[in-house]
Design a protein around this ligand. Structure first.
Ligand code: GAR
Length: 201
């Protein structure tokens, strides 16, 4: 049995970050820590550079690799995150869909950063899909995670222009510059109100 986590409204926000890869957004989140929020743990689904960045910063880490049983992996993921008692969970380049056990525990407190202007170009290839569609403007969206794929309520968005000659890598890098600022701004503006988050940007 788990009990609901009820932190003090004025306390520094405890953040758990989920990563799967390079972790450049995680690095921005780590560099942006101040009296408003701190990263208490970094959890990944695969060994990755994000985990190395967290270790270099002296942050607790855990890798929860998925086996054949996805539901069982979700339970292990919940336990790994829960052990750090987060106020907020940030999915920052975490490339797995969070299942119902995870949402039952953390929905409303889990936010994701996506490299497109939702509701356009949802899914794992937001940058590639915007480019292939011929979009002239794309960008970054920070949103709550719900049971759909990139369908949760939007918290913040910033546009990024697609330039002539852009390829996926060049466009993604410009989007990430914006994502890094946006996610730090969102975390600094986030407070806990009971079981809910209040985000005043
Ligand atoms: C970011 O652009 C993030 O929005 C994206 O992965 C990148 C992670 O970069 N996430 C998704 O596409 C999730 N659907 P990083 O590893 O350098 O932080």
């Amino acid at each position: 049995m788990t009990t609901p986590h009820q932190p003090a409204a004025s306390a520094r926000l405890n953040v758990v970050v989920l990563v799967s890869g390079t972790g450049s957004l995680l690095q921005a989140i780590l560099d942006g820590q101040d009296e408003r929020y701190g990263v208490v743990k970094v959890v990944a689904d695969v060994p990755c550079q994000g985990i190395e960045r967290a270790q270099a910063a002296g942050i607790a880490t855990e890798v929860v690799e998925m086996g054949a049983d996805r539901a069982e992996w979700n339970k292990r993921l919940v336990a790994a995150v829960d052990s750090a008692q987060p106020d907020v969970v940030v999915s920052a380049g975490f490339m797995k869909i969070l299942g119902k056990d995870f949402l039952a525990r953390f929905e409303g407190r889990t936010i994701n950063t996506h490299p497109a202007l939702l509701p356009a170009f949802k899914g794992a290839h937001g940058v590639r899909d915007a480019l292939a569609y011929g979009a002239k403007v794309t960008g970054s969206t920070v949103h709550f995670v719900d049971a759909g794929v990139d369908t949760g309520a939007i918290i913040a968005q910033e546009p990024v222009r697609v330039l002539p000659g852009d390829d996926e890598a060049s466009l993604h890098e410009r989007i990430k510059v914006v994502e890094r600022e946006l996610i730090v701004a969102v975390l600094r503006a986030t407070r806990v109100k009971g079981e809910e988050l209040s985000i005043q940007l």
